[in-house]
Design a protein around this ligand. Structure first.
Ligand code: GLA
Length: 374
């Protein structure tokens, strides 16, 4: 309904601007809009890549030229036990990516979360020695990166090592090896595939503490002659965060070190941000607060959401000399992780395409502008 109203408005705008094509013809695609500026990526899960659902395949191929695996290359899936790798899902994902000639991102090599439980501890559950952890990291990174050499264009080597206040995250990797674990990870990845691009990836990159520490970390890697090609700003956003100018300050700060910037996990929750630290139990009331729009998004929120997404996309276009990729963390609203976090089974509206596989109004606006500019 909303889309058809929007389409009529677009038609009027187009008629008055002298465009002679029909609305359908004027619908463009995201990857063309960003052509020559940055790659347009999407995170896919294995249900999407395996099922060969025509609707999904068409949508992915029409709008995107880069893919990343949402989960199947994470440690707990790909290396569940010390002496056992399981490449079943990752191989299928890479096959899908290569068959569809997508720029392919490997996600992620070293991360404290979704980490196989054995990785940093011995059989009694005590931390392993620094020597053993280095060996394990080396084996893990070498095995995975070598397997997909020439097929994965770039790797998220380290994910989420820095806290918002600028301190190192106190992960097991940090506890055992200190911040040097980051250098080891980048070194091992480069050894395994010298041609692959290597990235550092984190969330909340608008926060000044994390921003400054990330810059310091990049400079440290560079001073040691280690390869780092880009910083991934995850871009999990909300209706009231981040502040766009803080985000822009971070783009500039990262770019000033000479690396590229990537928006790697873009989504924007349309639901209110709640203070999870508050003393609220899991009552029906609380569930209502967490899942306020189980039927549809109110128009006022929809408009605000689209306005913010449009502003961010324009910011990315403005910085296309330093931004090399913008990747959405999911394809359509019904498939987003946000529907299950921080509460299972809620209804969020965070992605670029809605539950009917239709582009959101801010994207339709981009298509419309494209038509006028042509
Ligand atoms: C982080 C990770 C992603 C994903 C999201 C939430 O951003 O980098 O792989 O797990 O959390 O799903």
């Amino acid at each position: 309904m909303k889309n058809s109203i929007l389409t009529s408005l677009l038609t009027l705008a187009c008629i008055s601007s002298g465009c002679s094509q029909s609305v359908e013809e004027r619908r463009s695609n995201l990857k063309d809009i960003a052509d020559g500026k940055f790659l347009i990526g999407v995170a896919l899960n294995t249900t999407q890549t395996d099922a060969k659902d025509e609707k999904i395949m068409n949508l992915v191929n029409k709008h995107f030229n880069s893919v990343v695996a949402e989960n199947c290359m994470k440690c707990e899936v790909i290396h569940p036990e010390k002496d056992r790798y399981d490449f079943t899902l990752a191989d299928e994902f890479i096959k899908f990516a290569n068959e569809n000639q997508m720029h392919t991102v490997g996600h992620c090599l070293i991360w404290h979360s979704q980490l196989a439980p054995w990785f940093c501890v011995d059989e009694e559950g005590n931390n392993v020695s620094a020597y053993i952890l280095k060996q394990r990291m080396k084996d893990h990174i070498h095995t995975i990166v070598s397997r997909y050499k020439g097929k994965v264009h770039g790797w998220d080597v380290v994910n989420e090592a820095i806290e918002g206040n600028g301190e190192w995250r106190k992960s097991k990797f940090y506890e055992i090896l200190g911040p040097e674990y980051i250098e080891y990870a980048f070194r091992y990845a480069h050894e395994a595939d010298p041609d692959a691009e290597l990235y550092y990836n984190d969330y909340g990159m608008n926060e000044s503490g994390r921003r400054d520490k990330t810059v310091e970390m990049i400079k440290n890697l560079q001073s040691k002659g280690l390869r780092i090609d880009a910083v991934g700003m995850q871009g999990h956003m909300g209706i009231d965060y981040p502040n766009i100018s803080d985000f822009e300050t971070s783009i500039n700060a990262f770019a000033s070190t000479g690396v590229k910037v990537m928006i790697t996990e873009w989504d924007m929750s349309a639901l209110p941000t709640l203070n999870m630290g508050a003393n609220i139990s899991e009552t029906v009331e609380f569930e209502k607060l967490l899942n306020p729009y189980p039927v549809a998004l109110p128009d006022s929120i929809d408009i605000l959401w689209n306005q913010r997404m449009g502003e961010f996309f324009n910011l990315f276009l403005t910085y296309s000399d330093v931004i090399s990729r913008v990747t959405a963390w999911g394809l359509t609203d019904d498939n987003s992780w946000k529907n299950n976090w921080p509460m299972k089974g809620r209804k969020d509206y965070p992605l670029l395409f809605d539950r009917d596989y239709e582009p959101k109004p801010f994207i339709q606006n981009l298509f419309e502008k494209e038509c006028i500019n042509k």
